[in-house]
Design a protein around this ligand. Structure first.
Ligand code: ADP
Length: 492
């Protein structure tokens, strides 16, 4: 099959979170299975050019219709760790992708509506006719809308679309001007509830809703999150739309790329290890302590790695730090906060705890350090308010770092409580789970984990090794996506 991914991220060249990891990892898996995959991305000024090999002009005269006129674009091609990527660069005063950031501009709707249009125009003009177009998140929600309302009539009638939602929180809520920009026009037609009209704001259009309505298949990133999105407030107002389209909606658990996230071959960690020489992990713990200037003591290290925002349960992250210190554990936090108030809060905590030799807070994004933390910590805490899939608990498992998670979204599908999960045989349980959002719930799980580490170290070791034996690679999800692609190609 010939598959084109259209996305706003692809790790490691453009990565703000899990979306980038998924676009890269899934593409790689599909290629391993013999499919041809190409990835279309914006050409941001701030992406990691050092991860692109052989960047060259691929199509220099792309004219993209926009507001009744056209914007001239160049398309570059290069290899990102073996994947073929096309980068679209518009030449206009809007400077859509030369902003020094990926997201967070006032005109994000316009930027990504333009990107979606440019990606389709590139496919059309360069005569690329993929069997399946796979788009991701709100940024590319208009791709299936434009494909089936415009491009289908220009020679792209056989293309099918799979749309994956990684986060329902951001949906691309926009005004009517987007219709004039993209050439969709016909305001009364699209402002229908069965089309793009937002379910709650009658004066707004919703990109993600467009993606759900128009795509041939819609997925989200774990089976439990698919259920939550349809039946609880986690769907952020799209539950009814998903319900109406439930026949084509499913959850496929993300995988992680074991070529990149694997303690056996990880080049960012000083001591490689497997479950057979698990003792080596202790040397990484030592290296982590040295790197972060933590004291050497017979204590477990509990880690948090991730964005610091409401989704991730920052109030519980904060509590976990002090609870760990109280319970004679050490704590390492690696987190980036875009919200000024949250950043200021953790910056304050960092200063307050500065002289404490049992804790280190690192604010910012640091890929390399994250590997050392996964390898050196004993436990990783993921207390999310909601978590579509979550990669950090799966990476933690692979590195023998026992996850302590809140039972939501993909965390439910990947972590099974050592003491209480009666759906899974005891020898297959791999971590600790709590359900409520209060301090007591978090404490109950952390206390059990810390107690096991101190009182039954052999049992703790067994638990960590059980986690390492789980297969959360792209193998299964890759097969699931191929099935979905086959299904949409033959059904429609
Ligand atoms: P998100 O909601 O951000 O997509 P995921 O758990 O799905 O969360 O994916 C997070 C990914 O980003 C993981 O690979 C994690 O290691 C990485 N990550 C998150 N925050 C940081 C950070 N501050 N520094 C380095 N890597 C980070």
């Amino acid at each position: 099959m010939y598959i084109v991914q259209i996305a706003s991220e692809c790790a490691p060249v453009i990565k703000a979170g899990g979306l980038g990891d998924v676009v890269y990892g899934l593409s790689r898996e599909l290629e391993t299975r013999g499919h041809c995959v190409e990835i279309i991305l914006p050409k941001y000024d701030c992406m990691r050019y050092d991860h692109i090999w052989g960047l060259h002009d691929a199509y220099i005269n792309l004219w993209v219709p926009w507001y009744g006129a056209a914007i001239h674009c160049s398309v570059y091609c290069g290899w990102v760790h073996g994947r073929v990527c096309f980068f679209i660069e518009p030449h206009s005063q809007d400077n859509f992708f030369n902003r020094g950031c990926y997201y967070g501009c006032d005109d994000d709707n316009m930027r990504f509506a333009f990107f979606s249009k440019a990606a389709l125009e590139f496919l059309l003009q360069s005569n690329k006719r993929p069997d399946v177009i796979h788009c991701h998140d709100w940024q590319t929600g208009l791709v299936p809308v434009m494909l089936f309302e415009i491009y289908k009539y220009h020679g792209m009638e056989y293309q099918r679309v799979c749309y994956t939602i990684h986060n329902f929180k951001h949906q691309g809520i926009s005004g009517v001007d987007i219709l004039w920009g993209t050439g969709l026009n016909r305001e009364p037609y699209y402002f229908q509830y069965d089309k793009l009209r937002d379910n709650f704001n009658p004066f707004a259009l919703n990109f993600m809703k467009g993606g759900i309505v128009y795509s041939n298949a819609v997925t989200t990133v774990s089976p439990h999150h698919a259920w939550e999105a349809r039946t609880t407030d986690v769907g952020c107002g799209l539950g009814h739309t998903l319900h109406l389209h439930q026949d084509k909606f499913t959850g496929v658990l993300n995988g992680i790329d074991y070529d990149f996230w694997n303690p056996e071959i990880d080049r960012y960690i000083p001591y490689n290890y497997t479950q057979d020489d698990f003792e080596q992990k202790a040397y990484n713990k030592k290296a982590l302590r040295e790197r972060l200037m933590l004291r050497h003591a017979d204590k477990p290290i509990i880690a948090y790695i991730g964005r610091l925002d409401y989704q991730k349960g920052v109030h519980l992250v904060h509590h976990a730090i002090y609870y760990a210190l109280n319970k004679q554990a050490q704590f390492v936090l690696l987190g980036s906060a875009t919200e000024p108030a949250i950043y200021a809060h953790f910056q304050h905590e960092k200063q307050f705890l500065n002289s404490n030799p049992d804790v280190h807070l690192e604010l910012g994004f640091n890929e390399e350090l994250s590997h050392l933390i996964y390898a050196g910590a004993d436990m990783i805490v993921v207390p999310s308010n909601y978590e579509p899939c979550g990669l950090t608990q799966m990476i933690g498992l692979k590195y023998g770092t026992v996850p302590i998670v809140r039972g939501v979204g993909g965390l439910v599908n990947t972590v099974f409580d050592r003491d209480y999960d009666h759906n899974v045989p005891p020898e297959q349980r791999n971590g600790y789970v709590f359900y409520q959002t209060d301090h007591h719930a978090l404490e109950s799980a952390m206390e059990r984990a810390i107690a096991l580490w101190y009182e039954y170290p052999q049992e703790f070791r067994k638990l960590a090794i059980t986690g390492m034996e789980y297969d959360y690679s792209w193998n299964h999800p890759g097969a699931n996506y191929v099935e979905i692609y086959d299904w949409i190609r033959h059904k429609w």
